[in-house]
Design a binder for this molecule. Sequence first.
Ligand SMILES: Nc1ncnc2c1ncn2[C@@H]1O[C@H](COP(=O)(O)OP(=O)(O)O)[C@@H](O)[C@H]1O
Ligand SMILES: [Mg+2]
Length: 234
Amino acid sequence: MMLDIRELNAWYGRSHILQGVSLNVREGEIVSVIGRNGAGKTTTLRAVMGLVDRASGAVAFDGEEILKRPVHARFSRGLGYVPEDRRIVPGLSVRENLKLGLVAVKGHDEAEAIDRVAETFPRLKERLDQAADTMSGGEQQMLAIARASVSDPKMLMLDEPSEGIMPVLVDEMFDLFERMKKAGTTILLVEQNVEIALSISDRAYIIDQGLVVHEASAESLLADEAVQDRYCSV
Ligand SMILES: Nc1ncnc2c1ncn2[C@@H]1O[C@H](COP(=O)(O)OP(=O)(O)O)[C@@H](O)[C@H]1O
Ligand SMILES: [Mg+2]
């Protein structure tokens, strides 16, 4: 098991947001988490990264309990995270942004790691010395994903990567996720774009009001319009 979340509760201040989320991701899988706005998808990823005010329950990553570990320890164990707001640093070049992906993770040859990631992301390869904020929103999202990949994480968690991005780039991005999976990266994907998410996923969970309300193979969920209508309308 790559990620095993059990009875995860999370709070922002006094607001009890996650009410006992349990889900898991096996090594090599792509698993989607879907659900309407405000359901608790982002909070689930943030709790796994250690970015909520308080959390209880258990989160095992690659065999180690991480819930009480500091955020940087989760990165350095190989857990990559691409947050909703890409947090590209505008004044820096693409290459400099990529280097930031290595800050919390020791033991990588910087030049080699950037060469490797540039091969995977051809759009960035041509733009390594360009200022990051001169790129389109979709290209900046690609950069955020590349930055999370530069340390070669065992697993990547992505929060709505397709949001606000033109369809042609979304297709390119999801092809890329499939290639990353083939190369051995495990992926946990939060998406509101249900169809494209399920099209590359093995399994999916639906979250509603801070709880997992449904789990299914991606294939059966794609065919289940009743469940999609009930839980996935924005
Ligand atoms: N920083 C915060 N402080 C207080 N409440 C928050 C905060 N972030 C999110 N929430 C609340 O937590 C719930 C779940 O939000 P979120 O996890 O962002 O949902 P989703 O990603 O599924 O749209 C919502 O009711 C939202 O208003
Ligand atoms: Mg969200």
